[in-house]
Design a protein around this ligand. Structure first.
Ligand SMILES: CSC[C@@H](O)[C@@H](O)C(=O)COP(=O)(O)O
Length: 366
């Protein structure tokens, strides 16, 4: 997407053709900075520290992490160790395992001398495919928005609520939940987005608001607890969120707080959609609540907030009474029964095993 007139992806090869550059997402929204990854440890650190985050981008970064590892040492041991180092960086987004499995299966049979070049080709392909997938999700999701827009009176806009950041910053480009929004907005559909701030790391307030703003999409940041009230007041036409892992039966794991939005949406009769690329479906799982590992992140993310002071410096302050315990589960699971539809690259599916299996027979057998 464009940032002040310059086209960016979230991850790309440096001019030297081997190092990897990323947008450092820990600096948002106070500054826009890019950083260079030169080895496996840089790539693992970028994922762990959330310089890059969002399920598809985590997968893409891991793929380039393999490239960097093989550039230094293309042996079988190096490949296997790189896969296990990267796999341990974050537990919930299944795109990480998907990308590593893809890389390992393709590269292990090759002669070590061929591996690094083949790894770069494959990682580039993963990135290009991510964008094509998101464009397809955008087209399918835009139809849903267009149908709602047709029910509106002149001058009324479609109000969409989203949680966390499933925007272009969470993918290689376009985003998943935001792809239908960008396409509809660019196509002239009047719309407005309610952006959940998404405590504790504020991906909504810091990232989604930033990228919607840069693209000129009307939006309003709300505290995480406001969504239910807005739905009761008829101020939300539909919810679109992303996901880090979706079971073969349609249970959706996404940023903590997603489940509460789905409950409120059900109670208020508001359609609740999940936008996802097929690498986010974990075909080995059938019960999201029992089987999806939920990342527990540092309590410091709950205890503190970072922001810009009136004097212009970026500072971190404590916001919890000292001595209190904190807990920080980073994701929750929304059962399939609360989901109106899954917006995938192969169309909008019902959230159930039959619909998913019918749309992705090739992925099940793989
Ligand atoms: C297209 S991204 C989908 C999800 O990865 C996104 O909604 C999300 O929850 C991201 O969590 P994060 O902890 O910021 O990596």
């Amino acid at each position: 997407m464009n940032v002040d007139g310059q086209k960016y992806r979230t991850i790309w090869l440096a001019e030297d053709g081997w190092a990897v550059e990323i947008i450092d997402q820990t600096r948002f929204p106070h500054s826009f900075e890019t950083t260079r990854l030169e080895n496996l440890q840089d790539a693992a650190h970028a994922i762990r520290s959330m310089q890059v985050r969002g399920a598809p981008l985590i997968g893409a970064t891991a793929a380039y992490g393999i490239c960097l590892a093989l550039r230094a040492d293309a042996s079988d041991v190096s490949l296997m160790e790189a896969c296990s180092t990267l796999l341990e960086t974050r537990p919930t987004a299944v795109n990480l395992r998907w990308a590593l499995d893809l890389m390992r299966k393709a590269l292990l049979p090759l002669h070590p001398e061929e591996r690094a070049a083949a790894a770069y080709t494959l990682a580039n392909q993963i990135c290009d495919e991510d964008i094509a997938t998101n464009m397809a999700i955008g087209l399918h999701g835009a139809e849903i928005i267009a149908n709602i827009a047709r029910t509106k009176k002149a001058g009324e806009r479609v109000n969409i609520l989203t949680h966390c950041n499933a925007g272009w910053l969470a993918t290689v480009d376009m985003g998943t939940a935001t792809a239908p929004i960008y396409m509809s907005h660019d196509g002239g559909v009047p719309l407005h987005v309610w952006v959940d701030e998404t405590r504790p790391r504020n991906q909504g307030a810091f990232l989604t608001a930033w990228e919607l703003g840069k693209h000129g999409v009307p939006h309003t940041v709300i505290v995480d607890n406001a969504g239910g009230h807005l739905m009761q007041q008829g101020e939300v036409d539909l919810v679109i969120v992303g996901t880090d892992r979706t079971t073969a039966t349609g249970d959706v794991c996404n940023k903590i707080g997603t489940y509460l939005k789905a409950l409120a949406a059900k109670d208020c009769g508001v359609p609740f959609y999940v936008a996802l690329p097929s690498p986010t479906i974990d075909f080995t799982l059938s019960d999201g609540l029992q089987q999806i590992p939920i990342e527990e992140r540092s309590g410091d993310e709950v205890r503190a907030m970072t922001g810009r002071t009136a004097a212009g410096s970026v500072e971190t302050i404590e916001i919890v009474a000292s001595g209190s315990d904190v807990a920080n589960p980073a994701f929750d699971v929304t059962p399939a029964r609360l989901i109106t539809g899954l917006i995938t690259e192969r169309g909008v599916l019902e959230a159930n095993g039959k619909a998913i299996a019918t749309a992705f027979p090739d992925r099940i057998s793989a």
